[in-house]
Ligand binder design. Structure first.
Ligand code: NAD
Length: 505
């Protein structure tokens, strides 16, 4: 498909089925591999977002009345179009995010699996039925759509995270306004065009690019019924507080600092390989990345550090489009500076910088936002590099004496998104996964990101709200239950008034 967006220098809005530029403020969109900014994105004003909400509200009655099977069929066609256009979508992801192409493909595939799950809507929406709950009385519960829903998404999975949200929302009969990250908006616009091509009616999915002004409009407009958010914890907390105080249903997923415990009996060689991908894949810009290894015992820690050093020396850093590269650049120059600041802080606070990725040079890409893999040993809980989400290729090793000591560290941490344990001991693994205060747990699986037919959600300050995102919780989030109790008395039978509370006694 030849998308006008791939060539556009300014990325605009999709409102009521029309791609448009509204003449508002704009912001640079970088190519992190080169550091250049040949594109801009328009930042929607309050008035523009209100137009998108109005388009979604206008499309709602007809879409709500469309049979779920017909809505699902559009999703089936959409899934085919995503697969058919995967290469072009992934090129856009890599162009603006910087991750290597194979990683972009992985991201898109996980997004497609969410579309697949949304195709089950007719089954998911069947509801519950009970015959004869009282004499001649039947009762059923059904799941009705909410109306206009909104989604606000982060830069690090520009294709996948929006696909966690709107396909399920619309297949349940809602209409949607999506506010993607302003840092890498192009793949989203192409995907939205494909949804239209699949037959999604105008106004069912609207995309507004923008910043805080756009987000605040979505949070306060009375026509928006529900808000899904994925991003950093301070913003997630703000979204949850503002959205709920404006009467909306909100799920707000935040940041993370995922620890991996390595037990003395673990297969160290395999654990090292797993940690390499989990720490440095996507340049560490994943909410399920592993930035901390908790090694039980000094021997374990020494073996892990030695193994990581050998593997890090083999990593190829470069533009995500170049075959053979393992790690691309960070998202912006400002973020690169921030991550380097954390490396400096780790050194200042006394951790041992075993591998220093600063000062890396990538030939012909000197302006790119590159940082090589960094490895710290002897990281301590009081340090900033232990406490904060760095979101870069910085892995720290914390040394503890026992599994319980390691678990206590994890439990005391602000975040509770993901964690994992490397061990051959089934009892230790079961104890860990049973008791740890974290929402997603891996046993010898470093990135335990649930598949599309489960749901994704952290604990503690990694998720604000009651329901996780996508999977069965996604369907529950985008619907509300209505329970109908019904009887059809025989014609002509007169009944007296009953003043006691109705029961089956
Ligand atoms: P971010 O919080 O800066 O931005 C997320 C969204 O919020 C963007 O659309 C942005 O425009 C908007 N936003 C930013 N500042 C705002 C403000 N002051 N008011 C209103 N809206 C605002 O996050 P990011 O840097 O794009 O993404 C990285 C973060 O996302 C990391 O913290 C990462 O852990 C988190 N993340 C979490 C998950 C998860 O599932 N828990 C998944 C992916 C990313």
């Amino acid at each position: 498909m030849n998308s006008p967006d791939t060539a556009a220098t300014t990325i605009g809005q999709l409102i009521g089925g029309e791609q448009q530029l509204t003449g508002g403020r704009t912001q640079e969109v970088f190519n992190p591999a080169t550091g250049g900014a040949d594109r801009r994105v328009e930042l929607a004003s309050k008035a523009t977002v209100e137009l998108a909400i109005a388009a979604a509200a206008a499309a709602y009655p007809a879409w709500r009345a469309t049979p779920p099977a017909k809505r699902a069929r559009i999703m089936m066609k959409f899934k085919e179009l995503l697969e058919h256009n995967a290469e072009q979508i992934c090129e856009l992801i890599t162009l603006e995010h910087g991750k290597v192409l194979s990683d972009s493909l992985g991201e898109l595939q996980r997004g497609i699996e969410n579309v697949e799950y949304a195709c089950y809507a007719p089954e998911l929406l069947k509801g519950e039925h009970s015959r004869n709950v009282g004499p001649g009385i039947d009762s059923w519960s059904e799941f009705q759509p909410l109306g206009v829903c909104a989604g606000i998404t982060p830069f690090n999975f520009p294709a996948m995270v929006p696909l966690w949200m709107w396909p399920m929302a619309v297949v349940c009969g809602n209409t949607f306004v999506l506010k993607p990250s302003e840092r890498d908006p192009s793949s989203v616009m192409l995907i939205a065009q494909l949804a239209q091509q699949a037959g999604l009616p105008e106004g069912v999915l609207n995309v507004v690019n923008g910043d805080k002004e756009a987000v605040d409009t979505l949070l306060t407009d009375a026509r928006v019924q529900a808000v899904s958010f994925v991003g950093s914890t301070p913003i997630a907390e703000y979204i949850y507080a503002t959205g709920t105080s404006n009467g909306k249903r909100v799920q707000a997923l935040g940041g993370a600092k995922n620890h991996a415990i390595v037990m003395p009996d673990a297969d160290i060689a395999n654990a090292v390989q797993a940690l390499m991908g989990a720490a440095y894949g996507s340049c560490g810009e994943r909410c399920m990345a592993i930035p901390l290894v908790v090694a039980v015992g000094d021997e374990t820690a020494d073996a892990i550090v030695a193994g990581l050093k050998v593997e890090i020396a083999k990593i190829k850093v470069g533009p995500g489009t170049k075959a053979g590269c393992d790690m691309g650049p960070l998202i912006t120059g400002a973020h690169l500076k921030k991550v380097i600041g954390y490396v400096e802080s780790g050194v200042k606070q006394g951790a041992d910088l075993v591998v220093d990725g600063r000062g890396i040079s990538v030939s012909n890409h000197q302006g790119g936002f590159y940082l090589g893999p960094c490895l710290f040993d002897n990281v301590k809980p009081g340090m900033e590099i232990y406490r904060d989400e760095i979101f870069g290729p910085v892995l720290g090793v914390v040394r503890v004496k026992t599994l319980d000591e390691g678990m206590a560290l994890i439990d005391q941490h602000e975040y509770g998104n993901g964690t994992c344990i490397f061990t051959r001991d089934g009892e230790a693994a079961r104890y860990f996964s049973d008791h740890i205060n974290v929402g997603m747990v891996g046993v010898n699986v470093p990135l335990p990101v649930p598949v599309a037919y489960h749901s994704f959600g952290g604990w503690k300050r990694s998720l604000f709200g009651d329901l996780s995102i996508y999977g069965p919780d996604g369907m529950r989030f985008y619907t509300r239950r209505k329970t109908i109790t019904q009887r059809w008395p025989s014609a002509g039978v007169r009944e007296g008034a009953v003043f006691s509370f109705p029961t089956n006694r």
